[in-house]
Each structure stands twice: as structure tokens, then as C-alpha cells.
Design a protein around this ligand. Structure first.
Ligand code: ZN
Ligand code: ZN
Length: 305
């Protein structure tokens, strides 16, 4: 399972229908949060994503709309009896901010929280995936992230295994796990009966940024790109000045990178009543695009073999 839940999709400040930035990834039951704007914990409750299985939070940058939800969330998890450690990753400053979150108010956290600062291209290894930090272009130190799953084993060739004398049953499973087996004094190696490894899925999350080279490169052939789409094209000047992106710019990047699906988020409050201009400007360039809405869920399928 690789499920994305958009907990907050508003840009810079909350509006009546959009919370500030937060994107939850549920990968095989492990919860990974990208940004944690104000009110994220209540959005988790509304979306029923759960919160106690949260293993890590990746913060793109320390503008208030991307991290103010952390103090409340970590205190709630302590109140609910969390004992598992939690790691907060982010750009420079993350360690200091994390220490501050831990002592904010008269809180007495019952579990360990550590802040880890990343630089572009740093890699965090998870179970079955890794997260790579990406250089982005915003007005303060910032990072984007690519979640890259490990390749999956190739397809198991049952007929070939049987032909080599392997009886169906536990020895099949052993081969599928990548171990050689012995039948009638003869060794059968996994590579004799397994196809070539198949790619896992890749998701890129940018946080706030101008369209940039590093994001383009990391998004090549990605299954999902979740990009700052603050503005429609009419606001191009302001997007440049405020170090955000327009729908058309991001659509062009997605097209060049060949991503399978694009989701625009961090939608400016000027589109509170109607985000259609953002969608229209991106559709002109790239067809498979969605403008995120709060509590929207998305499954990321494996690409066909
Ligand atoms: Zn922002
Ligand atoms: Zn920002």
C-alpha cells in the first residue's frame, strides 16, 4: 500500500476550506508526514489516517505554515501514551527547533524525539524505501524530498522452477526471498527462476519552491509529483518574487520530467472560492494533474510491467 492523504493544501495561511501544508504517506502501515502545518493533528483525525504509527516528519522549511502543527501533535501523542521514538528531519535549524518544540509549555514528553538536519542529496534509509533530500529554491533554507521505494523482486517463473525439479511449497518461497535451494543434490539459484527486478514507486514532494533543476531531475519518471502550485499563471511576477510557482510552470516541469501524475498544492488563499484558474493553467500543458483538496486521498499504484 502506498496511500497519500492531503491533510493541508493551503498556501501560507489557513482558510475556511484549506489547512496549511501537511501530506501524510502511509506505506505498508508506516506513517511518514511531509510538513506539519497548524491543525494537522485534527486533520489526521478527520481523515482517519491514525497518528501513533508516525515514524518520522520531514519538514521542507521553517515558515509557520509548514511546522506550527508539530508542538500540538507531539504533545497529543505523548498524552495518548506513545513510547516509540520520533525523528524530525529538515533543513538547517531543525535540531534547534526540535529542541524548542520539546520544551514548549510545561510539557513532559514520554518518548524520545530527535531533530536531524539534512543537506541536499542526503539520504534517510527506511524499511523498503529511502527518502532523498532535494535542493529547492525558496526564500529561506528549504528542502524537497523524494521517497523512493526499493526495487521489487522480478516475477517468479513457476514452470521453470518445476522444470528444474523444485516442488511447489516452502522451497518456492525460499527462492522468492532470494535464497538458493537444494533439490536432489543440485543447487537451484534464485536468478534461474526470477525475472529482472521491477522498480518500486517514487513520490516527490517539493514544499515551497520556484520550479528548479533538482526537482526536475528527481521527478524524472516519478509516479507522483506533489509540487508548490500556489498561483495561476496571471500571478507569475508575484510567484517569482515570493519564491513560489505557478500552475503553468509546474505543468511544464512535470511534462519535461515525464511524471505519471501531478498534484498541485499550497494553493493561495486568493483561490479560496475557486481554484479553477490553477487547474486550467496546468491542464493547458499537462493533462494528468489534480489540484489538491484537504482530506483528498490518493493510492499510488505500481506501474504496469
Ligand atoms: Zn508555505
Ligand atoms: Zn514558505
Amino acid at each position: 500500500m502506498l496511500r497519500i492523504t492531503f491533510l493541508g493544501t493551503g498556501g501560507s495561511l489557513p482558510t475556511r476550506n484549506r489547512n496549511p501544508s501537511a501530506v501524510m504517506v502511509n506505506r505498508e502501515g508506516e506513517l511518514i508526514l511531509f510538513d506539519c502545518g497548524e491543525g494537522t493533528q485534527q486533520q489526521m483525525m478527520r481523515a482517519k489516517t491514525g497518528m501513533m504509527s508516525l515514524s518520522s516528519i520531514f519538514i521542507s522549511h521553517f515558515h509557520a505554515d509548514h511546522f506550527l502543527g508539530i508542538p500540538g501533535l507531539i504533545q497529543t501523542m505523548s498524552f495518548l501514551g506513545r513510547t516509540e521514538p520520533l525523528t524530525i528531519y529538515g533543513p538547517e535549524g531543525t535540531r534547534e527547533f526540535t529542541e524548542f518544540f520539546k520544551i514548549l509549555g510545561y510539557c513532559n514528553l514520554k518518548y524520545e524525539i530527535r531533530g536531524v538536519e539534512l543537506k541536499p542529496d542526503d539520504i534517510v534509509e527506511g524499511e523498503g524505501y529511502m527518502v532523498r533530500a532535494l535542493k529547492t529554491e525558496h526564500s529561506i533554507p528549504s528542502l524537497g524530498y523524494a521517497l523512493i521505494e526499493n526495487p521489487r523482486p522480478g516475477r517468479f517463473n513457476r514452470e521453470k522452477a518445476v522444470g528444474l525439479g523444485v516442488p511447489p511449497g516452502p522451497l518456492f518461497a525460499k527462492l522468492q526471498r532470494g535464497n538458493p535451494v537444494e533439490v536432489n543434490g543440485k543447487i537451484v539459484k534464485p536468478e534461474e527462476v526470477m525475472g529482472i527486478p521491477r522498480p518500486g514507486r517514487t513520490i516527490v514532494y517539493t514544499g515551497d519552491t520556484r520550479p528548479c533543476e533538482e526537482v526536475l531531475e528527481a521527478s524524472r519518471d516519478a509516479d507522483l509529483l506533489i509540487h508548490d502550485g500556489s498561483f495561476a499563471d496571471e500571478m507569475a511576477d508575484w510567484a517569482e518574487e515570493s519564491m513560489h510557482s505557478t500552475a503553468g510552470e509546474v505543468a511544464a516541469l512535470a511534462k519535461e520530467a515525464g511524471v505519471r501524475k501531478l498534484v498541485l498544492t499550497h494553493i493561495s488563499s486568493r483561490y479560496t472560492d475557486d481554484a479553477d484558474p490553477v487547474l486550467k493553467d496546468s491542464k493547458k500543458v499537462f493533462e494528468n494533474v489534480i489540484v489538491a483538496e484537504d482530506l483528498m486521498e490518493l493510492e499510488v499504484p505500481y506501474r504496469p510491467d
